[in-house]
Write a protein that binds this ligand. Structure first.
Ligand code: FAD
Ligand code: NAD
Length: 467
């Protein structure tokens, strides 16, 4: 029987990063993945394919709607080859997952393909078809991720009533896509299909989209996406979903109990994801799972069984790839006897719509609830020369800083490339910068990043320069 210092179950951004860090620290490492490709949700049916389709559909929209204003004329009709767009997405995924296989090989990590299940706290049985083998591991990291959740009355047929996984590989462009849930997936994939010509109706239970982000971001993105032509039905509770032939019906009631039925050809159910532990047989190792299906962990991501850890979507916290990866590194270093730390307040959140949405730290709502006194500095993208040059004038940068100390407490952005800009805010907050610290740093001109400096100036003393 093969013996390892660490075995990792699941090869998503939590598991494969944990494996690399364990190997770097000199541990004999195995990774177990039930599918025959590595990379988990993120690389196969999440972050990477969704961004590939967002980029492709953005190019199409630019060609259809914006080239002309830049003086670019295309003689003849612009044609969309959706099959090719999906094939390109698949090839981006292939390249990326092959990259992970290369990294496993380079770091001398043993890859086992098959379903991993605990026999006891130090033995894992791996089943691939009829073949079964058992390995021994001093430590195990559970990184089994998550699966889409649904509503109790919805039968996902994965044909017309679909999750993000199917929406990333459709064979045709929906005529009318009804999206249940105005969160990250609903908005990113809703925007992809709206750009490609679908009518898109988003039905959201709360009174705002992306409800966990700062409400100013919800308002701005709603305004822009409505202007783009996406339809929104906020404060609507979905009560029934059915399919007849090629038609799907989604019934919802508003705050006044008024019923509305949407008829479409596809319904995307994007109401969140749930931790995945099916087939893991955690009970054989004595590992505790919470009522909500998560693996229960302490601050060191250790389960109730001392040599078994868990990371990523299968434990509490934001379901984000970079959060999973940070946790993978943390656990590897803990096993190696180091004392690493993650500041969960500084894990940024991004929505890759256009304009993009990005956040780090506390929202205004959270500061109010915690009764923290704060200042706001906000700067609109439209006041930047860079935004006017590219034509991306929607959005803003909003900085929240402590009223007394000026320490930056939260940064919230909507605009072009803010997914990348948010890194500046993370660095600043990691070093506990004040708004004035940011305001006094030189930002290259003309860049979108100047909005960060201007918002910091506005927060410092209401002294933004260009507004
Ligand atoms: P996963 O990536 O889910 O990987 C778990 C792996 O474990 C899977 O490969 C699974 O097959 C395997 N597994 C499970 N059980 C077993 C078992 N018993 N034996 C063997 N293998 C097993 N996050 C971002 O940060 N940015 C984004 O842009 C982003 N976009 C997304 C878009 C979509 C459409 C979706 C669905 C998600 C997106 N996410 C994004 C979220 C991100 O994908 C997850 O947070 C991330 O993948 C979690 O990583 P993980 O390692 O915990 O789990
Ligand atoms: P989400 O939690 O972002 O959004 C779900 C939305 O559905 C919420 O707005 C919620 O209010 C709404 N909702 C819940 N029940 C409803 C009901 N009965 N009727 C109508 N609306 C309802 O979840 P998601 O969009 O499914 O994404 C799942 C996870 O994947 C998220 O946690 C996210 O972190 C991750 N993800 C991240 C990215 C990214 O980082 N860019 C992209 C995609 C997915």
């Amino acid at each position: 029987m093969s013996k390892y210092d660490v075995a990792i179950i699941g090869s998503g951004p939590g598991g494969y990063v944990a494996a690399i860090r364990c190997a770097q620290l000199g541990m004999k490492t195995a990774i177990i993945e039930k599918y025959n490709v590595l990379g988990g949700t993120c690389l196969n049916v999440g972050c990477i394919p969704s961004k590939a389709l967002l980029d492709s559909s953005h190019h199409y929209e630019d060609a259809m709607k914006h080239f002309e204003e830049h003086g670019i004329e295309i003689p003849g009709e612009i044609k969309l080859n959706f099959k090719k767009m999906i094939e390109r997405k698949t090839s981006v995924v292939d390249q990326t997952t092959k990259g992970i296989a290369f990294l496993m090989d380079k770091n001398k990590i043993d890859v086992f393909t098959g379903m991993g299940a605990f026999k006891d706290a130090t033995h894992i049985e791996i089943t691939n078809g009829k073949k079964t083998e058992t390995i021994e591991a001093k430590n195990t990291i559970i990184a089994t991720g998550s699966k889409p959740s649904t509503l109790p009355f919805i039968k996902l047929d994965k044909d017309r009533i679909i999750t993000s996984t199917e929406a990333l590989s459709l064979k045709e462009i929906p005529k009318h896509l009804v999206v249940i849930g105005g969160g990250v997936i609903g908005l990113e994939l809703g925007q992809v299909y709206h750009r490609l010509g679908s009518e898109v109706s988003v039905v959201e239970y709360m009174d705002r989209i992306i409800p966990t982000m700062d409400s100013a971001q919800s308002k701005e993105l709603l305004k822009v996406m409505k202007k783009q032509g996406v339809k929104f039905y906020l404060s609507h509770k979905v009560s029934a979903v059915s399919k007849k032939g090629k038609e799907v019906s989604v019934t919802a009631t508003d705050k006044n109990d008024k019923e509305i039925t949407f008829k479409g050809d596809y319904c995307l159910v994007s109401v969140g994801r749930k931790p995945y532990t099916d087939g893991l047989k955690a009970e054989n190792a004595g590992v505790k799972i919470t009522e909500r299906g998560m693996i229960d962990v302490n601050d060191h991501l250790q389960t109730n069984i001392k040599n078994i850890y868990a990371i990523g979507d299968v434990v509490r916290g934001a379901m984000l790839a970079h959060k999973a990866s940070e946790e993978g590194v943390l656990v590897a270093e803990i096993i190696a006897g180091q004392k690493p730390h993650i500041d969960y307040n500084l894990i940024p959140g991004v929505v890759y719509t256009w304009p993009e949405v990005a956040s780090v730290g506390k929202t205004e709502e959270q500061l109010k609830e915690a009764k923290v006194e704060y200042k706001i500095g906000q700067f609109p993208m439209r006041a930047l020369g860079r935004s006017r040059a590219s034509g991306d004038t929607d959005g803003f940068v909003k900085i929240l800083s402590d009223k007394k100390t000026d320490e930056v407490l939260g940064v919230h952005m909507v605009g072009a490339r803010v997914a990348d800009l948010i890194a500046e805010a993370v660095v600043a907050m990691e070093y506990r910068a004040s708004a004035e610290d940011i305001a006094r740093m030189s930002h290259a001109h003309p860049t979108y990043a100047e909005a960060v400096k201007e918002a910091a100036l506005a927060a410092t003393d209401d002294r933004a320069l260009h507004i």
